[in-house]
Design a binder for this molecule. Structure first.
Ligand code: UDP
Length: 329
């Protein structure tokens, strides 16, 4: 049993992490400013409200509590918003991470699993993106995560901090049986938008671009279930028991699905039609992002269990059609 601090544990991936750790018998504390997270999503541990940019709330968090490790999900994560407001992204995602690492150092917590992203790679130059792929982010969001990864590498050398950065491709799905799923106040992600359009909770879906160099002209992504992401974090925690230093792994299923594939699969799963229009490309979207998750499988022993698109979308569908979803805003 370990004491784990989850920064950003009221959010989409963080809440699934809390559920998984609690199921494994660990004790969870959630630190969250509730700017994008939901109080109702904190069901597996104490919630400490606070902000990584507020030194006083960080100080309060660590006083009287001891953590064996931190999992750090608290960040801003929208590409378009990062282009419009880069100061906020560098302040939160880099500055906030440094504040957290300094507090950890002061209070003797020496392990962290860091939430990173495929956006650190920029435009792909190979069909499957592995860990050695060039890292040339094309937006401030990706750059801020790459900077934080660099800080972790420097902290390993300087202070002996142990870390694992996990670069997610497209997190998707939900665990409706545990009452958690994806619920952003301003939804930009494809699968929730498809489901919301289908359910009449939003207007017609806008498909951003049909002139990409892909089989059907729409963007191709690698969708990985949020429960499989949580499992990878738990394996990363064990990995740090024996491995000092800073490590990084790409997390994806290694299969690409187009926007039209997602629409078609959602229609099959639900038996409903998705009303959609073809719109202009969204700035900053690469045509294809598909992971090689081979290293995570080999080194961490990660075995994703949600390897097909239909069950992933079906889990999200069951969550979204609930009449009383707490995150519906
Ligand atoms: N997308 C779309 N309509 C939407 C939301 C997303 O066509 O309402 C497309 C988007 O352009 C991208 C893919 O779906 O090609 C996945 O986008 P998402 O925002 O879910 O994840 P990202 O890959 O940007 O992290």
């Amino acid at each position: 049993m370990r004491d784990i601090l989850i920064c950003g544990g009221a959010g989409y991936i963080g809440s699934h992490m809390a559920q998984h750790l609690a199921e494994q018998g660990h004790r969870v504390t959630v630190f969250d400013n509730l700017s994008t997270g939901h109080r109702e999503a904190v069901a597996w541990g104490e919630l400490v409200e606070g902000d990584l940019l507020d030194a006083a709330s960080l100080q309060r968090l660590f006083v009287g509590r001891r953590f064996d490790a931190v999992m750090h999900f608290a960040a801003q994560s929208l590409v378009g918003e990062s282009v419009r407001d880069p100061y906020a992204y560098y302040a939160n995602n880099v500055g906030g991470t440094i504040n957290l690492l300094q507090a950890m150092r002061k209070h003797g917590t020496e392990r962290i699993v860091f939430s990173s992203t495929a956006a650190i790679f920029g435009e792909p130059c190979s069909a499957l993106i592995d860990e050695d792929h060039p890292k040339q982010p094309i937006n401030p969001y990706g750059a801020s995560k790459q900077m934080a990864e660099r800080v972790l590498a420097d902290a390993a050398a300087a202070y002996g901090l142990r870390s694992v950065s996990l670069r997610y491709f497209n997190a998707a799905g939900a665990l409706p049986e545990h009452g958690i799923g994806e619920a952003h106040r301003c939804e930009t992600h494809l699968i929730p938008n498809v489901l919301r359009s289908m359910l009449g909770q939003a207007g017609r879906l806008q498909v951003f671009g049909r002139d990409y160099d892909t089989p059907d002209g729409t963007c191709v992504r690698d969708y990985v279930h949020v429960q499989d992401l949580a499992r990878a974090h738990a394996l990363a925690l064990d990995y740090m028991d024996t491995e000092p230093g800073a490590h990084a792994f790409n997390l994806g299923n290694g299969q690409g699905f187009s926007v039209l594939d997602v629409i078609q699969t959602a229609a099959t799963v639900s038996g409903m039609q998705v009303p959609y229009d073809i719109a202009d490309r969204r700035p900053g979207d690469p045509a294809r992002l598909v992971a090689s998750g081979e290293r995570a499988r080999r080194v961490l022993g990660w075995q994703p269990t949600w390897t097909e698109l239909a069950p992933i979308i079906e889990s999200a569908w069951r969550w979204h059609r609930e009449p009383a979803v707490w995150g519906r805003v």
